[in-house]
Design a binder for this molecule. Structure first.
Ligand SMILES: O=C(O)CNC(=O)[C@H](CS)NC(=O)CCC(=O)C(=O)O
Length: 279
């Protein structure tokens, strides 16, 4: 399966973001990719929480979702993208959607861990002010040989979520669409945690990131990457560019890493204390 990780600088306009997404999808299709992964808030990145909630979409009736579905169909491309989904009342879900190559919704994941953080030398962000946290772990089959585990941004700091997806859902590929802050990215958290999740779960990681300046008040770290199950960064984008990077995923590499280093059989605490097991 050939995949593309897409990077962009979303703003508070569906139309502007969709025209960038169209460009990335066209390029991914031209490069014979089967799947395109887009960052958190790929459809809309609000400058205020009120704006984000006001623009939240209903998946079933949204014309924005329809545009993504048309793109998937047109290019015969599986697409992972993110938007805020209306939750009723004053809040929204921070949702990742996976479309198949016919444009059908294959999976919907509502971000579980909300970023309520006073970032050292950075902004104070309080995601829970406008977002309702999800409660379900979500995975889906992609490309025949892969089980994709859906996670979003700040989830990256909660390794137990990745382990639950690996051991209970049989995941061997994780998506981590993100809008990582610059200070936490510059401190090395982004690449270190992504590589750790890949190594400890012996799985591919596709981390599509927002990049550069969205508005006067908001900037993201960029550096989208694809990491293989041995922890090697096999594709990476820069701090600001809008582009895709490509990788051919090899299911045999997952198998050989897991066979040579069988941590699934050695995880004494995981099995005894947590009771997680393979599906
Ligand atoms: O709210 C939106 O419009 C889009 N969502 C985000 O930007 C989210 C919540 S504020 N950002 C993160 O989770 C950053 C995590 C991070 O940077 C870290 O863990 O260091």
């Amino acid at each position: 399966m050939r995949i593309a990780v897409g990077q962009m600088t979303s703003v508070n306009s569906h139309a502007k973001n969709l025209s960038v997404v169209e460009r990335l999808a066209r390029k991914a299709a031209r490069e014979s990719c089967n799947m395109l992964f887009l960052p958190e808030a790929s459809a809309f990145l609000g400058e205020t929480s009120q704006e984000t909630v006001a623009q939240a979409q209903e998946l079933d009736t949204s014309t924005v979702v329809e545009r993504f579905r048309d793109l998937a169909k047109e290019h015969s491309l599986n697409i992972s993208f993110c938007l805020h989904e209306a939750a009723g009342g004053e809040k929204a879900y921070n949702t990742q959607v996976v479309l198949d190559e016919r444009g059908e919704i294959k999976a919907r994941y509502r971000k579980v861990h909300l970023f309520d953080v006073d970032v050292p030398r950075g902004p104070v962000l309080k995601e829970s002010r406008y977002t309702v946290g999800g409660t379900d772990l979500v995975s889906c089959d992609v490309g025949g040989s892969f089980v994709l585990g859906l996670t979003t941004c700040y989830d990256l700091r909660f390794p137990e979520m990745y382990q639950a997806l690996r051991y209970c859902h049989g995941v061997n590929l994780f998506s981590v669409p993100s809008a990582f802050t610059k200070p936490t990215g510059q401190a090395g958290h982004w690449s270190t945690l992504l590589r750790a999740r890949a190594i400890e779960n012996q799985s591919y990681i596709v981390a599509s990131a927002q990049a550069g300046r969205h508005s006067e008040r908001r900037e993201s770290f960029g550096h989208s990457m694809i990491i293989d199950p041995w922890g090697v960064v096999v594709a990476e984008l820069g701090p600001e560019e809008t582009d895709i990077a490509i990788c051919d995923l090899n299911p045999k590499l997952v198998e050989s890493v897991r066979q040579r280093m069988p941590i699934d059989q050695h995880r004494e605490v995981g099995r005894a204390a947590l009771g997680w097991d393979k599906k």
